[in-house]
Design a protein around this ligand. Structure first.
Ligand code: ADP
Length: 438
């Protein structure tokens, strides 16, 4: 028992004993005992009242009462608790203020979303970039303000890793890259970054490449035409210049291929329209490409086998798909030694539709695989040039697949061969009906 409780016990005992003695002396023991109890109880009730009043008025900063005995101790504990809480509160508000001022200074928009994507908190940039108002818009779903179908679809699908780029709801000239990250149990943090400048630079780069390629096309066609005419001549001068003219013809053909690939790439990058998709009978297309591959193989006599499901149809852009598939098949011919095996497959399984090219060629070391689809990335530049490669083939494949919701998987073992696989999502039942009726 603590010292204060002992003291309280003695106070109580002293009061009862004192009153008992006075009552005994005056011949009114019961009355005085009752009076003693009444006094003691009143004292506790009074202090209870003081405590309740302090609770009631504590927001108005009313001081805690001071008194003796057990109530003094109780008040003292409450006082300590109050001090501690105030200290915590001050600390938390300082942290909150620091957080708010740092997020306010952030150029990116940050919005805290609840379980159903309702707005819980936002920073200043969110007001500017997304047109949200605080506190008016709190509790309202974010899709009331960002109505872009691309964003709504992104929000409904898994968005943990990816980002989506949309025009700002407040200014259509601004492009925002949006990332929604889940945190805690049911909350989401939406971050929006202004990428307008980056897109503008990208556009300038694309336009520049497209314009340069376009401008080079005509003079090169004229030069190639004259070289061919000169080669066709049969006079003495032509015979003397035969080899230089052959080299000139080869190099101009290489440049033409390069320009055509650059133009195709910039078309793939800049044309963002989703429509104009037609049902493509892939097996039919592959028969033609394999015939062309046999011509390319020529005396090397590669064994080219085609295993294609004739019934499978893919919704897409015919020319783009032809370009991607032929790039992969022609690469297999180029990078497989004479008489090697090349197998082309077109099939469906429970994961979707697949186009696959396997070869028994030289293979690719694992360190090159992640960078293979970059423009002008080649494992062996000399070898690629000798084969008439432009270094753009796989970049074209990647872009074509991106536009068809496909993915490229490369599996290769150095010295044993490679497999390039394009995976496409399986068509939904409705799509299949549509494709079959077309
Ligand atoms: P290139 O015009 O040089 O073939 P690509 O973009 O088509 O350009 O291919 C990039 C590089 O990938 C090639 O230079 C080559 O080194 C490698 N590569 C592509 N396909 C194959 C393959 N089937 N076997 C081995 N290496 C390949």
């Amino acid at each position: 028992m603590s010292h204060t409780w002992l003291q309280e016990f003695w106070y109580f005992t002293g009061l009862i004993a004192g009153m008992f003695l006075v009552g005994w002396w005056m011949g009114q023991t019961t009355v005085f005992l009752f009076l003693a109890l009444w006094l003691y109880l009143s004292w506790h009730l009074y202090n209870l009242y003081r405590l309740e009043r302090w609770f009631r008025l504590r927001k108005k900063k009313v001081n805690l009462p001071d008194t003796l005995g057990i109530w003094g101790e109780v008040f003292y504990h409450f006082y300590r608790l109050q001090q501690r809480n105030r200290k915590h509160k001050r600390k938390i508000s300082a942290i909150l203020k620091r957080f708010q001022s740092s997020t306010a200074a952030m150029p990116d928009a940050a919005v805290v979303l609840g379980k159903h994507y309702e707005i819980e908190w936002l920073n200043k940039s969110a007001q500017k970039l997304l047109g949200l108002q605080s506190p008016q818009d709190r509790g309202k779903p974010i899709t009331n303000f960002i109505r872009s179908p691309v964003f709504v679809q992104y929000l409904n699908n898994s968005h943990e890793k990816n980002t989506v780029t949309i025009a700002s709801p407040t200014n259509h000239n601004l492009l925002l890259k949006i990332h929604v990250v889940p945190y805690a149990s049911n909350q989401h943090l939406l971050l929006a970054h202004d990428t307008t400048q980056l897109h503008r630079l990208e556009q300038i780069r694309r336009d520049f490449i497209a314009n340069v390629s376009h401008e080079l096309r005509t003079p090169l066609t004229v030069l190639a035409g004259f070289i061919e005419t000169l080669r066709d001549g049969e006079d003495e001068c032509t015979q003397q210049w035969e080899r230089p003219l052959l080299l000139m013809a080869q190099q101009s053909a290489r440049m033409r291929n390069l320009i055509e690939d650059l133009l195709l790439l910039s078309r793939l990058e800049s044309d963002t329209t989703v429509g104009s998709s037609v049902p493509v009978r892939v097996a039919e297309m592959l028969h033609t490409i394999c015939e062309e591959a046999r011509i390319l193989s020529g005396e090397q006599m590669h064994r080219i086998t085609l295993l294609a499901d004739e019934t499978l149809v893919l919704a897409g852009r015919r020319e783009e798909l032809r370009s991607a598939f032929s790039n992969l098949i022609f690469n297999a011919v180029r990078y497989t030694p004479a008489q090697g095996d090349i197998t082309v497959r077109w099939y469906q399984d429970d994961k979707g539709l697949h186009f696959e090219v396997s070869d028994t060629g030289e293979g690719i070391a694992p360190e090159h695989l992640p960078r293979l689809t970059e423009r002008f990335y080649r494992v062996d530049v000399g070898r690629s040039r000798q084969q008439g490669g432009t270094g753009l083939g796989l970049a074209i494949v990647k872009h074509v697949l991106l536009r068809h919701q496909g993915q490229l998987h490369i599996d290769s073992t150095l010295g044993h061969g490679s497999t390039f696989c394009c995976d496409f999502p399986a068509p939904s039942d409705n799509e299949t009906d549509d494709l079959n009726t077309k």
